[in-house]
Design a protein. Sequence first.
Length: 121
Amino acid sequence: MARIKISSAKQKGRLFQNRVREDILKTFPTLHPDDVRTASGGQQGRDILLSEAAQKVFPYAVECKHQEAVSIWSWWLQAVTNAGCLKPCLIFKRNRSEDLVVIRLTDFLDLTKGDSDVIQK
């Protein structure tokens, strides 16, 4: 199997980050394009940069990975390390697969708690 060139891998990662950014903006239409930006290649920290307004509606520190070989534990550590005051969130995919998200169980339960309130009413 031929290895992907470094420039191609970086481009693949950038395109994935841009798509995640666009998905966040579509999901939260009150946000402006400047509220959600992507980190430049090689920049330390979060892959998706959020304004204060964006952090209020989407309180996640996003780490994006588009790679064939999955290394969830090291990726998760990177997400946690860069999270700061936000909740760590790992979004990853490989070619011809769905995008997947890893968040803490407590954060997931907090997200779904509102859903059960609606169902019970």
